[in-house]
Design a protein around this ligand. Sequence first.
Ligand code: PLP
Length: 403
Amino acid sequence: MNQYKKDFPVFENKPCVYLDSAATAQRPGSVIEAEKYFYENMNANPLRGLYELSMAATDAYAEARTCVKDLINASEDAEVIFTRNTTESLNLAAYSYGLNFVHEGDEIVTTVMEHHSNMLPWQMVAERTGAKLIYLEPEADGSFSKEELDSKITDRCRLIAIAQVSNVLGCVNPVKELAKRVHKNGGIIVVDGAQSVPHMKVDVRDLDADFLAFSGHKLMAPFGIGVLYGKRELLEKMPPFLTGGEMIEYVRLDGATWAELPHKFEAGTVNPAGAYGLKAAIEYLQGVGFDHIRETEDSLTKKIFGEFSKLPYIHIYGSPDPLQHTGIVSFTIDGVHPHDIASILDADKVDIRAGHHCAQPLMDYLRVGNTARASLYLYNDEEDVDSFLASIKKIRKIMGFQD
Ligand code: PLP
């Protein structure tokens, strides 16, 4: 058994084979306890009260921000903005940066493999500004050819928006190279880190990312807390996304001035309990270590690929190399709808995802309506994969095929 599994109360309370961590991760007891501790010992509205409880909440919130800054190697706390999730973070970047700094005639480059959360905001920016939206198309293994990049990233490109890891193909996109290309033209890169930050060391300065968005819940933190990292010089010149309490310096009847970063982008009462839980999740993650996470995910993905290769009716999407999948295996079974795959697995208490994975244009591009997806994380083990495979091997028979 995986040594970390016992840290996750859900596996004791509701035994299951959980292979849907790309949708949301399970939470270790330490994260659940941290959030509870906040409410039992520090619960007050942070950044407002001048009494001890409120100051404790303020400190907890600030410590969480420093913890995120260190995780992604941002230069300073002020570059870390707390949001609700990746979707809100990407919308903040689109509304506040995109609508104000992308203009008619400019080009925005994204990819057909994006999650809708990193596609619809840029469609909106293109529509409202008159910029042209260009989609990079990957090869079957998820990579982009040099010709594709050369022909579509022109000197009119002002912004690239791309997932560092695809939530369907699991491939790692060349963010560092794309950052270099777009910076040469004075443009910027927005990185969707929803599937990368929980699984690998992401260093915003090494990547030279201008923005990085991710969700706490995919890295074992509570729901309702997310992050937008942005370079200070960009955040400084952007107008606020939302207005109201906490994000102001001074309000008059005829206007207002804005608070310092990061508060300019955190309107209204914030989520200090979620941030405190996020800090506990990051500490847990760092205790396990990204090397260990990678080893676990890679060895289990290899096992799945090995067994799948013996079953000619199974098709895997993305690279044929299991080590290029970041623990994400999207697949179809001939003659069986992915929803039926998920339901049959559910009867065996094996939890996977089936559907379009909020990536309908990618499904169209792959010429498949839906796929099944198993996604791994640090608490999965050989027993989980054995149960998954045993269940998979029964499916065609249940559906009436004589293989
Ligand atoms: N981007 C990617 C690549 C994702 O996988 C997801 C969620 O699955 C999102 C964005 C959206 O994340 P959230 O729903 O937490 O905002």
